[in-house]
Design a protein around this ligand. Structure first.
Ligand code: FAD
Length: 504
């Protein structure tokens, strides 16, 4: 591999991926490298991607973002979890909330005592043992109060909803303040060192105006088209649509309604599902669906019939294929965001995958040229995370008991990836979930979806039997009561925003 000094970093694309990358690199690299973002106003951005998971707080900390300012500038709201409607059976709902369940006390995890008490008819629904779930259902919000020691109020995990275009604009302002340069223009093609079979690194992107933007390291944030990673380097795409067959979405904003809910909602329809993301100035909605099972017209009609407020525009179509690039890092190009692949937004993981890729890039930041070992490790790490998130998303589809459409029947009967099958088998036998190698979703996430979609384990952990039955029931009840009192104490979500971070 080449050993020339890296000085110029070119980020192709100025959507969420491009500007998140620019903001993080300009902060971390402290002006020692030239960073340029090339974006095209004419092409624009995908314009969706408005719900996040709590890890984004880490990104904000690294980049030095003030939470209240960020919420004001992006019309943001707080998010405590996702409510899933109709995913197990029609008419059912459950909350996948952030943060922990219960309070660890004895030998095994909280949920094992809950499994035991549930089998004895002495437990309440799982969500009653979690502060984020109960607060979400009561439309309450406050950030954790670290001064409150072991109270659940000191342990409130949360994320954000924000307007995607305002978020990119906000990050652009921040990046430009830190020295990032921006070129507006449409790229027609890229050039590479060497020719034909010997073609190697990308050395420039060429704009419609004829301008050549040269660089040593290129970050491809050009969205679905994958301008460098695919169109130039032909890296290849691994198609996962046999597990995740939805291939289209329609997005539409609607007027806000009260109450201002601190959670995303996902409602399963006949051949897909609909998101609802509440912002300060509007609600973002979209219908993700499988074109082999439902027409575009029916998908649009379903979306519009299920809005809480008046539609503010016509539904905007988006097409995609689920899967990932065979390599996220190829030659001197690293694909981040939609250029690196697509997993549908059921668990709001795409923006997190951007953040994780930027974090990995920082970890393996090249100095003199590119080491094959670093590139391979980057790609191995990124594949692992994509595959584990993929499995978690497949879980929602596979674990349904709906008999009202061929789409849901097919999902219920499909063969799933081995790693997912192992997780299902393990849970079915003893209610255990094992988190491998720091995969994104922890035990608590898997348990909520499996329980929420009616997978009841045959047995529980034998050590949960060692505690006295009455003492266990009292312990569960005390956890529930403390959480209920804490939720009473919390302010209303809309009132919290009005006081701290309402958009002007
Ligand atoms: P884009 O926004 O498409 O940006 C591409 C950029 O490249 C643009 O600036 C464009 O102008 C530029 N560009 C492209 N070609 C050229 C060219 N030839 N010359 C110059 N510039 C060019 N993620 C979440 O985390 N949560 C969600 O709730 C969520 N919901 C989603 C819903 C849907 C239906 C979809 C499709 C995605 C969703 N995502 C979500 C994913 C999220 O939208 C993306 O991860 C995020 O917006 C990043 O997009 P991007 O920056 O990679 O691409």
């Amino acid at each position: 591999m080449s050993h020339s000094l890296i000085q110029d970093i070119v980020i192709v694309g100025g959507g969420t991926a491009g500007w998140m990358t620019a903001a993080a690199l300009s902060t971390v690299l402290r002006g020692r490298y030239r960073i340029r973002v090339v974006e095209s106003d004419e092409i624009g951005t995908v314009g969706v991607g408005e719900a996040t998971i709590p890890m984004i707080q880490r990104f904000n900390r690294v980049v030095g973002i003030d939470e209240n300012e960020f919420m004001r500038e992006t019309q943001g709201t707080f998010k405590l979890g996702i409510e899933f409607v109709n995913w197990g059976r029609m008419g059912e709902r459950y909350m996948h909330g952030f943060g922990k369940l219960g309070q660890d006390l004895w030998t095994v995890q909280f949920e094992q005592y809950w499994h035991r008490m549930r089998a004895l008819g002495r437990a309440q629904p799982l969500e009653q043992y979690s502060i984020t779930r109960m607060a979400a259902l009561a439309n309450k919000f406050m950030p954790p109060r670290m001064d409150l020691g072991s109270s659940p109020l000191a342990d409130i995990a949360y994320a954000y909803h924000f307007d995607a275009s305002l978020y990119a604009r906000y990050l652009r302002g921040l990046s430009e303040q830190r020295g990032v340069l921006r070129t507006e223009g449409k790229i027609t093609h890229a050039t590479r060192r060497g020719e034909g079979a010997n073609a190697g690194h990308v050395d420039a992107v060429v704009l419609e105006s004829g301008e050549r933007v040269t660089g040593d390291l290129f970050i491809d944030c050009s969205g679905f088209r994958g301008l460098l990673i695919e169109q130039t380097l032909q890296t290849g795409f691994e198609d996962w649509s046999h597990w995740l067959p939805c291939d289209r979405a329609l997005a539409v904003p609607c007027e806000s309604v009260t109450p201002l809910t601190p959670y995303t909602r996902s409602t399963a329809h006949r051949a897909g599902w609909q998101w609802r993301i509440p912002l300060q100035h509007r609600i973002g909605n979209g219908h993700v669906y499988c074109s082999g099972h439902i027409s575009d017209d029916e998908a649009a009609a379903t979306l519009l019939a299920n809005l809480d407020g008046k539609a503010l525009a016509d539904p905007r179509p988006i097409r995609f294929k689920t899967g990932m690039r065979r390599k996220a890092w190829n030659e001197n190009v690293i694909a981040i965001g939609l250029a690196s692949g697509f997993l549908e937004p059921l668990e709001s993981t795409s923006i997190h995958l951007i953040q994780a890729a930027v974090q990995q890039l920082i970890e393996f930041f090249p100095d003199r040229g590119f080491s094959a070992d670093d590139v391979n490790e980057f790609n191995r790490h990124s594949r692992f995370h994509w595959e584990r998130i993929r499995d978690f998303i497949i879980l929602h589809y596979h674990l349904n008991q709906r008999d009202d459409s061929a789409f849901w029947q097919a999902c219920a009967h499909m063969a799933v990836p081995d790693a997912l099958q192992e997780k299902l088998d393990l849970y079915r036998s003893h209610g255990r979930v094992v988190r491998r190698d720091n995969e994104l979703f922890a035990e608590v996430g898997w348990i909520q979806v499996m329980e929420g979609q009616n997978l009841v384990p045959q047995r529980h952990h034998p050590l949960a039997e060692l505690q006295d039955e009455q003492a266990t029931a009292d312990y569960l009840e005390s956890v529930r009561e403390v959480i209920a009192k804490c939720v009473d104490f919390m302010p209303d979500h809309a009132a919290y925003i009005a006081q701290h971070c309402a958009a002007k």
